[in-house]
Design a protein around this ligand. Structure first.
Ligand code: SF4
Length: 242
C-alpha cells in the first residue's frame, strides 16, 4: 500500500492538441485550484465548478499512455495546466519518476505560488509556459487580486539557476489594464533577465466579458473550500478527444 501519495486534482484531460502547448502532439491535463482571480480568466467556468477527480501519478499515466505513440513520433507529451499547475508540484514530480522515455512534460503556470519543491520542479520539467500577467505591481494586483512578489521571486530563481532557456515568457496586452506599449516595455525587461523566448500577445475577451468589469462577466468567485472530489464518475467526463 502506498502512503503519503500525492494526488492530482484533475478537472479536464484534453487530448490531441497540436502545436498549442509546445512541440508535437500534447495532452493537456487541467488541474484544479488557482491562487489568482484574473479578471478575464478563460478557465473560470471550469474552475468555478470546483469538481475534480483525485488521481495518482500511475492512474494518470495509465490514462495518457493511449497517445504514447503520438508523443514519440512528434516529440510531444503532457502539458500540466489549470488552474495553477505549480500547486501540484509534488504530484508532478511523482509523475516524472514514472514517465516513459520520450514523453515530454511541460507546465503552464503564472509562477505565483511558493512551492516547497520549486527547485526540483524547475530542474526536472522539460519546458515552462509562464504567463507573467504584468511586471507592474499595481496592474498585477488590480488584474489578479494578488501581489506579484512571489511571481517575481520565482522568475529570479529561474535566473539564478540559469534555466531561462527552458521557459517561454508570455506577456499579455490586457484590455482596460495594460497597453501594447507597456507590454512591449515589459518584454524588453524580461529579455535583460536572460529569457530569449518572449511572446507579447493580447487577451481576447469573450462576448460576455466587458473591459475591466469582473461582475458583468458573470464569473464565479472561487475558494479552495468549494473544491469537491467527484464521486459519481459515470456522470463526470474528464476526457475530450477521441
Ligand atoms: S492564473 Fe488567472 S487565468 Fe489562469 S487559471 Fe488562474 S485565475 Fe484563471
Amino acid at each position: 500500500m502506498q502512503t503519503n501519495q500525492q494526488l492530482f486534482k484533475v478537472q479536464v484531460i484534453n487530448r490531441h492538441r497540436l502545436l498549442t502547448d509546445g512541440e508535437g502532439v500534447t495532452t493537456l491535463i487541467g488541474l484544479a485550484g488557482c491562487p489568482l482571480k484574473c479578471k478575464y480568466c478563460i478557465n473560470m467556468d471550469i474552475l468555478g465548478k470546483q469538481k475534480y477527480r483525485p488521481m495518482s501519478a500511475q492512474e494518470l499515466l495509465d490514462k495518457v499512455m493511449i497517445d504514447y505513440c503520438y508523443f514519440l513520433t512528434t516529440g510531444g507529451g503532457l502539458m500540466f495546466g489549470g488552474g495553477e499547475s505549480l500547486l501540484h508540484g509534488e504530484a508532478i514530480l511523482e509523475f516524472l519518476k514514472i514517465r516513459p522515455m520520450g514523453m515530454k512534460v511541460y507546465m503552464e503556470t503564472s509562477m505565483n505560488y511558493e512551492s516547497p519543491v520549486l527547485d526540483e520542479v524547475l530542474e526536472k520539467v522539460d519546458y515552462f509556459l509562464i504567463d507573467v500577467k504584468s511586471l507592474d505591481d499595481a496592474i498585477y494586483e488590480q488584474y489578479t487580486g494578488l501581489s506579484s512578489v512571489v511571481m517575481k521571486k520565482n522568475l529570479q530563481r529561474i535566473c539564478e539557476k540559469g534555466l531561462q532557456n527552458k521557459c517561454r515568457i508570455r506577456i499579455p496586452i490586457i484590455p482596460g489594464y495594460k497597453t501594447e506599449e507597456q507590454a512591449n516595455q515589459e518584454a524588453e525587461i524580461i529579455k535583460t533577465m536572460g529569457f530569449s523566448d518572449v511572446e507579447v500577445f493580447s487577451y481576447i475577451l469573450r462576448d460576455y466579458m466587458h473591459v475591466g468589469d469582473l461582475t458583468s462577466a458573470g464569473l464565479v468567485e472561487k475558494t479552495e473550500q468549494q473544491e469537491t472530489p467527484v464521486e459519481d464518475e459515470e456522470n463526470y467526463t474528464l476526457e475530450e478527444g477521441c
